[in-house]
Ligand binder design. Structure first.
Ligand code: PLP
Length: 452
């Protein structure tokens, strides 16, 4: 069986054309030819210095899930019943009212043509209304909002629109990997600032000094966060935003999990535009929203970005050159979803996630993990149990790669190692709550049988 990287870090990028052991190559595999008679497996079809992939691609770290997927596939091939608590992809269906709207809208021939690429009138109005009703934020739907093909589309394209090669971009880690990768693809110099458990995985304000900020073009924020589940109080968010804005930094906030909140209610997931220091008409701030998690719509690819008109315009201009917007029928269905963001079905979804959170927290604690129950989002973030025995690591928290390997191999349970996100998370693990409740319960039962 392939071995996951053993150190504190994820597998190193593979500079050569041969993938490292246990690491799936990010290089496209030669596709199987339809007629194999004449074709032999290709050598590099462009035998130039550096090989087929661009320097930009070769500079990216490998996709975190590749190494885990290899391990998972091996477990499945060995006949294991695998429970995947790795990826954050909701198991619950999209609400019926959204599907019904798609069916109606898909039957309209006018929707079969190129989409309204920046957003249909109805979608933009629904997004603006959502911002107003949910956060009390008033925006101009045509100037301040653009429809995106899921949150990832907007997030990944923003740096191309606002960052020049060599510009500094700040990312607080552990973080959703796309902030880093998209910034690198735009040629940025990424400054990763590691957060720690001592600060609840939130930025320590002392790490943001004036000279660093003055030399920075863009700063990413994500609360509730992936992978840590950390949420942020409005005054903390306000201070962060104010400091960055004062030095001319563009602030990009990712609010993908805004509607999955628990005991502390909706105010635990504030919009950056609720901050007293932030003015959408004055400050270079943009916020990314997604329908993926709130409405169980990951497969539909729908979201929106809202922000200062010039920042939104830069994103529109970038996207103009990459895509033609989301399918109009999907936009209409997404408008219906946003119009009903306070539907009881969404409240029921939150209750289900809270139940799952409690099951996961109890199960992880039972095997010696340290866990702070998250107040929002779809992940539980836990410190691995301490190693027993007399080895050199005895008494220390287990490395997350080792823990994740053990869980897959001995319990058929897939999780994500924190080491893939940041050095400070080398002994942390991310557990997704997007599996059916009985399956999650079963996963936790299986863990109890393991010895650490
Ligand atoms: C923090 C965060 N932002 C954005 C996304 C992108 O989601 P989507 O493109 O499905 O909207 C994800 C997906 O996992 C995420 O975790």
């Amino acid at each position: 069986m392939a071995t996951l990287s053993r150190g504190n870090k994820p597998p190193a990028p593979t500079p050569s054309r041969t993938p490292g052991k246990g690491v799936k190559s990010t290089q496209p595999k030669p596709s199987k030819p339809a007629n194999t008679a004449k074709q032999t497996p290709s050598k590099d079809p462009t035998p130039r210095k550096g090989g087929l992939r661009s320097e930009r691609l070769r500079a990216l770290p490998p996709f975190l899930f590749n190494a885990i997927d290899d391990r998972k596939r091996a477990a499945i091939a060995a006949g294991k019943d695998v429970i995947n608590l790795g990826v954050g992809d909701p198991d619950q269906p999209t609400p019926r009212f959204v599907i019904d709207q798609l069916i109606t809208s898909a039957q309209e021939p006018k929707n079969h043509q190129y989409p309204d690429c920046y957003g249909t009138k109805r979608f933009l109005a629904a997004a603006a209304e959502f911002m107003h009703k949910r956060f009390g934020v008033k925006v101009d739907p045509t100037k301040n909002i653009v429809a995106t093909i899921g949150g990832k589309d907007g997030i990944s394209h923003l740096p191309l629109g606002v960052v020049d090669p060599g510009d500094r971009v700040i990312i607080f880690t552990p973080a959703y990997p796309v902030y880093n990768q998209a910034s690198l693809l735009a040629g940025a110099r990424v400054k990763k600032i590691e957060t720690t458990p001592a600060n609840g995985w939130r930025p320590d304000l002392s790490t943001l000094n004036e000279s660093l900020l003055r030399a920075t073009k863009l700063m990413w924020l994500n609360f509730p966060g992936n992978p840590t589940g950390a949420s942020i109080a409005l005054d903390h968010l306000d201070t962060l935003a104010a400091r960055a804005i004062a030095q001319g930094v563009i602030v990009a906030s990712d609010l993908a999990y805004s509607e999955i909140y628990f005991e502390q209610g909706p105010s635990s997931c504030p919009s950056i535009f609720q901050c007293p220091s932030v003015d959408i008409n004055r400050d270079a701030v943009i916020e990314f929203h997604s329908l993926s998690k709130t409405f169980n719509m990951t497969g539909w690819r729908m979201g929106f970005a809202v922000g200062h008109a010039d920042v939104v315009q830069a994103l529109k201009q970038t996207k103009d050159n990459y895509d033609s917007g989301p399918f109009n029928a999907v936009q209409e269905a997404a408008a219906t979803a946003l119009e009903r963001y306070d539907d009881p079905i969404i409240a029921a979804m939150r209750t289900e996630y809270a139940t799952r959170r409690d099951i996961a927290v109890a199960g992880l604690r039972a095997i010696g993990c340290q866990v702070t129950p998250p107040q929002a989002g779809i992940f539980v973030w836990a410190r691995c149990p301490v190693e027993s025995g007399a080895g050199e690591n005895a008494g220390k928290p287990m490395s997350s790669w080792k823990f994740v390997e053990k869980l897959i191999d001995e319990a058929g349970v897939v999780t994500v190692p924190g080491a893939g996100f940041a050095d400070t998370a080398a002994s942390y693990v991310r557990v997704s709550l997007t599996r059916e409740t009985p399956r999650l319960r079963e996963a936790m039962e299986r863990l109890k049988a393991l010895k650490f």
